[in-house]
Design a protein around this ligand. Structure first.
Ligand SMILES: [Zn+2]
Length: 274
């Protein structure tokens, strides 16, 4: 049963990944998501239905547009595979339930935000705002269904801040606090160096803080810089990247958010008991 769930959920992930590929294709060009059939970015040839099957469709076309022969973008094959693997792994890690739903929604948004940032060095409001609203919706569901998450409320209960039973509400407050703290840290950096830290990074940091809550948001912020620092130093010494062409920071924020979202509960528990 467990195996069947993992396989089916991975399959769902492949189709979600194909949809994310469409998002990554159209959002930067300001093309409405549901306007007409997906088509070649170069010659506008509409894809046949068979071509839209994740991975299989890419192989059918041998990685090229059948009409103009232009090479399909790398994300067309990588996003469905990556999303399928992430979803299958999440199904194994979480099992069927609310946390699987929440982490799948967050993972899908985080993946496509990272891919667009890597490709265009852009973090689009058109993608980040729906992600923020989804996070707020999931937060409201947590309160309505009384499904609090330890990462959000554990620290506050341990701190004796709110000994009552309203744990889901404490969790929601903690998520708001996490969003504010991450937003504030990045907003200050953005004001100091607008070219170094874009305003898209500020909103993405707020999303990371909202997903993980406080104090998880601090781990997201420090984690992103912890991974970014060695990569930045390496590129400074060995890369062709000058100071003008900055390395996009979004993927680092995405990675640290994702890691804290998945393993933060365990860390927090050990910290509090330790
Ligand atoms: Zn074409």
């Amino acid at each position: 049963m467990q195996i069947a769930l993992i396989i089916l959920y991975g399959l769902l992930g492949a189709f979600v990944g194909a949809a994310l590929d469409l998002v990554a294709d159209r959002m930067p060009r300001r093309v409405p998501l549901l306007e007409g059939r997906p088509a070649c970015e170069t010659c506008d040839t509409e894809w046949r239905w068979l071509h839209m099957i994740p991975v299989w469709g890419y192989m059918q076309r041998r990685g090229r547009c059948p009409t103009c022969e232009v090479r399909l973008p790398w994300r067309t094959i990588l996003l469905p595979i990556a999303t399928a693997l992430v979803f299958a792994w999440l199904a194994w890690f979480r099992g069927l339930g609310f946390e699987l739903l929440a982490d799948s929604v967050y993972s899908a948004f985080l993946l496509v935000i990272a891919v667009i940032d890597l490709e265009h060095k852009l973090i689009l409001n058109r993608v980040v705002f729906p992600a923020l609203w989804s996070a707020v919706g999931l937060m409201a569901l947590r309160i309505l269904l009384d499904l609090p998450r330890y990462l959000h409320y554990g620290y506050w209960l341990a701190a004796g801040w709110a000994p009552g039973q309203e744990t889901a509400l404490i969790g929601a407050l903690s998520q708001g606090a996490g969003a504010f703290v991450a937003f504030a840290v990045f907003f200050v950096m953005h004001v100091i160096s607008p070219s170094g830290m874009g305003d898209g990074d500020v909103r993405l940091a707020a999303l990371g803080g909202l997903i993980t809550g406080f104090p998880g948001a601090l781990a997201v912020v420090f984690g992103a810089f912890f991974v970014f620092a060695p990569v930045g130093v390496l590129l400074l010494f060995f890369g062709k990247e000058g100071r003008k062409t900055a390395v996009p920071f979004g993927p680092f924020l995405v990675l640290s958010t994702w890691v804290v979202m998945l393993w933060g509960d365990g860390w927090l528990l050990r910290y509090i008991q330790g």
